[in-house]
Design a protein. Sequence first.
Length: 141
Amino acid sequence: MMGARRNPSPGCYFLFLGELLLAAVLSAVPLGVLGGYASEARAEEAALFKQHCMACHTVEKGGGRRQGPNLWGLFERPIGGLPGFAYSEGLKAEQRHWTPALLDRYLEDPKTLSQDSYMMYSQADPEIRRRIILFLETASR
Ligand code: HEC
């Protein structure tokens, strides 16, 4: 059994390290969780969503509720319209559908849409809001 006694060449180790590094980079971006939002150019927007929203929201189809409702299909449904989620009175009373402009206002201050809002989050930076909304326009469909 010659093969069993042969030491791997240094090149093998480098290959192995390279694979480890690749695995680490890939696992840092949970593509599955983010609904196949794979474009590298969009990775930063995905990272912003992860950082600002994912503690309370899933976005992929069939994703569970956290503190907030699942956001799949957001722009195709009425505000406060995910069946089974216990929304605040303000969101329940809303008749409109979500649009990027309404979402921008809501993220800046949820109380503009719902006086008794349950969402304990707001974002004063318009650039962060813009990029997260761009992400959602793709990832929620
Ligand atoms: C601390 C938890 C928390 C964070 C962080 C958070 N949300 Fe929410 N979100 C909620 C809760 C709770 C509700 C339900 C609000 C209500 O009923 O008044 C909600 C509701 C929403 C809704 C309305 C959904 C619908 O079905 O009408 C949208 C859209 C939304 N959030 C987007 C976001 C985005 C985008 C971010 C990140 C920028 C974010 N949220 C961050 C908890 C959170």
